[in-house]
Design a protein around this ligand. Structure first.
Ligand code: CO
Length: 134
């Protein structure tokens, strides 16, 4: 079950520069920030009502976000849907023949996450996430 839009991912060249706008100018609070080595990004999540904005700075030009920036420049990168059970959701989509990037959920800034292939969703990179309740 998809519950809501958890966050919108934005690819940026510099997290610090991006935070000047999203945090300082707009006043959105930074809810979490971390370097996620497995995904090759330095990321921050900012709260916007019941959803979030995720800013992603690549750690290297060869990382997926680095290659995205090279091809398309800064801007919208992905949309993330919240689900109470990312593993079950992923299995259900797999059974329906949906093209996936991740075959298994993995840890991300937003909790346990996985990515679907943009071919499945008409060109939009879709992430699924089950937030970790702390
Ligand atoms: Co995300």
């Amino acid at each position: 079950m998809i519950e809501k839009i958890h966050h919108i991912g934005v690819a940026v060249r510099s997290l610090d520069e991006a935070l000047k706008f999203y945090s300082e100018t707009l006043g959105l609070p930074v809810q979490a920030s971390a370097t996620v080595e497995e995904q090759g990004v330095k990321a921050a999540l900012l709260t916007i009502g019941g959803s979030e904005i995720e800013l992603l700075e690549p750690l290297s030009p060869e990382s997926p976000v680095g290659r995205f920036l090279e091809r398309k420049g800064e801007g919208l990168h992905h949309i993330c849907f919240q689900t109470p059970d990312v593993a079950a959701e992923l299995e259900g989509l797999k059974a329906k023949g949906v093209e996936l990037i991740d075959q298994q959920p993995r840890r991300g800034l937003a909790g346990m996450i996985c990515f679907l292939h943009p071919k499945a969703s008409r060109g939009v990179l879709v992430e699924l996430a089950t937030p970790v309740v702390s």
